[in-house]
Design a protein around this ligand. Structure first.
Ligand code: PMP
Length: 366
């Protein structure tokens, strides 16, 4: 970006956006070309915004291969509101929802669902500090459950599913907040996918929900008793325009979709993500000075968590890293250590720069 110094942003979210997207936002912020008004000022009922919304949805559908079986909703309230909306809409009385407890965010999702209905923890790796994912053979699923909830990538602990658990005919629901569109996703195997936008999709304030038609029907059956803003059916019937949506965030998400398409789609993006993570994990594993906190077979390609020999050395590492232009490497406050979040928009050169910094740091302090 001309005249602007950018540092390497390893933040877990809100996270890095593609610089070309930021440049386009900057260029078109005062007036959208041909419109003469800013995206920040136009009505969500205008044809301009309607086409921005429709294009963002079409591009998201193209990228993730979302067919007509699923609706795409652009909502607010973050992934955290989905912790409540999901059971409010889909956990009918007398039924049980299964939750796979693989990290702090799944734990929070289950906690909210318990306030609404009956929850069965199908498996939990909490006792082991969530350093690995529950194995499929350990899942104690409820026959005829309302749904099975999983977290595809555990942002705090740095673990990620390689393949989806087999749940039979029960709808699979995935919190994909921290890995959506980082690799191909089998939408057809999901009843519902939700994600806060602020990691891989765009700015904070926007939440994407992809919901299958039969679950929308289940939601519609509860319309009379649910406040409108909490109803998937209401949002779907109004094409995400029941009330004023976060127009700016939808616009930026649309630009990110265009960027992903131009990069060659999710297969191409996944290959780069694999390579970035492999470089970083290789450095972590090189000598034993750094220690990855997630079990190897469960490691996340998005959030790379690691420790140094002592807490004191971690503080020095963070201080020196910040001085060297690496921001956001401090692990989540609940677990400590380091976390390098390397979402889609994080450049490979930034990973290489961190690896080289880590080598230098080890030779100085190791
Ligand atoms: N789920 C996961 C997997 C997350 O990483 C986060 C945020 N870091 C949340 C849920 C909560 O998201 P929000 O802040 O959008 O409510």
């Amino acid at each position: 970006m001309t005249g602007v110094e950018r540092i390497f942003n390893f933040s877990a979210g809100p996270a890095i956006l593609p610089p070309t997207v930021l440049e386009q936002v900057q260029r078109d912020l005062v007036a959208l070309p041909g419109v003469g008004l800013s995206i920040l000022e136009i009505s969500h009922r205008s044809s301009v915004f309607e086409s921005i919304l429709a294009q963002a949805e079409a591009d998201l559908r193209a990228l993730a291969n979302v067919t007509a079986d699923h609706s795409v909703l652009f909502l607010q309230g973050g992934a955290s509101l989905q912790f409540a909306m999901l059971p409010l809409n889909l956990l009918v009385s007398g039924a049980t929802a299964d939750y796979i407890d693989s990290g702090s965010w799944s734990d929070k999702a289950a906690e909210d669902a318990r306030k609404v209905g009956t929850v069965n923890i199908a498996a939990s790796t909490k006792a082991g500090g969530y350093s690995h994912l529950p194995r499929e053979s350990e899942l104690k699923l409820t026959p005829g459950a309302a749904y099975v909830h999983m977290t595809s990538n555990n942002t705090i602990e740095g673990t990620q599913y390689r393949r989806l658990p087999e749940v039979g005919d029960v709808p699979l629901v995935s919190d994909a907040s921290s890995d959506i569109l980082s690799r191909p996703i089998d939408v057809a195997r999901h009843g519902l996918i939700y994600a806060g936008a602020q990691k891989n999709l765009g700015p904070a304030g926007l939440t994407v929900v992809i919901i299958r038609a039969d679950l929308l029907e289940r939601s519609a059956a509860r319309k009379a008793t649910l406040p409108a803003m909490l109803s998937y059916a209401v949002h779907a019937q109004n094409v995400s325009l029941y009330n004023t949506p976060p127009t700016f965030a939808v616009y930026v998400l649309g630009l990110v979709m265009t960027w992903l398409l131009a990069r060659g789609g999710l297969d191409a993006v996944a290959a780069v993500n694999e390579r970035k993570a492999a470089k970083l994990y290789a450095e972590i594993d090189r000598t034993g000075f750094y220690r990855g906190t997630a079990q190897k077979e469960c490691r996340s390609l998005m959030n790379v968590t690691f420790r140094l020999p002592t807490g004191q050395m971690e503080n020095v590492f963070l201080k020196e890293a910040t001085a060297a232009g690496f921001d956001g490497l401090k692990g989540h406050r609940s677990v400590g250590g380091m976390r390098a979040s390397i979402y889609n928009a994080f450049p490979e050169a930034g990973v290489e720069a961190l690896v080289s910094f880590m080598r230098d740091f080890e030779s100085k302090h190791g």
